[in-house]
Write a protein of this length. Structure first.
Length: 202
């Protein structure tokens, strides 16, 4: 989740190392004020006296990020985690239906799932261009260790960044079909052009 911690603002783009970065700040810097997957502008009204010395985010190849998002949505523990927020039987029924509806869309394939979630304006399928607006430092996930050195220098802490262990393995040939590639190019033309993303090797 996006956060503010000791003068550093981090904008968490879903499925782009946000968990690892949040853990690093909690362990070595302080107690981040987490506010969800929000842009800088969206964070401001949620954090009293919002101010920072530097802001950063991490972007990820769109083709990879959307597959990662799709697979992450189907993780076995997701429903259990959702139901842990329930306060009563009505909450349980509502959250269970929300999960079942989401899995119905998931079962209809990755392109359908992305499109449906974009229609709902879900944060994990919003263009990365929305997240990087007004951010000082934009780090590419493929160069995370090198790019994160800027944050280590700013904070004065040079402890290594440990990657989270929930990365899911998949067969690229199963997902990087001609149809999927064209769909991503049509759906996210702004970020594909801005970052110059290409289809990863199958």
């Amino acid at each position: 989740m996006s956060f503010l911690c000791n003068g550093t603002a981090f904008v968490h783009i879903p499925k782009a190392a946000g968990g690892s970065i949040g853990n690093w700040f909690k362990t070595h810097i302080g107690s981040p004020k987490f506010v969800g997957h929000l842009s800088l502008d969206e964070m401001k009204p949620l954090i009293p006296h919002f101010a920072y010395n530097i802001s950063f985010t991490v972007t990820r190849n769109t083709y990879e990020r959307m597959v990662s998002m799709y697979l992450f949505a189907h993780r076995p523990e997701r429903l259990k985690k959702m139901l842990s927020r329930a306060q009563n039987d009505a909450d349980i029924a509502r959250l269970t239906k929300q999960y079942d509806d989401d899995m119905f869309e998931w079962d209809n394939g990755i392109e359908n799932y992305i499109q449906t979630n974009r229609q709902r304006n879900e944060k994990h399928t919003i263009s990365q261009m929305e997240y990087i607006r007004n951010v000082d430092i934009v780090i590419d996930l493929d160069n995370l260790d090198q790019g994160f050195k800027q944050i280590q220098e700013h904070t004065g802490c040079f402890e290594p960044l440990t990657r989270a262990s929930h990365v899911q393995k998949y067969n690229p040939k199963e997902y990087y079909t001609d149809s999927y590639i064209q769909f991503i190019q049509d759906t996210f033309p702004d970020e594909i052009a801005h970052f110059g993303y290409v289809v990863p090797d199958k």
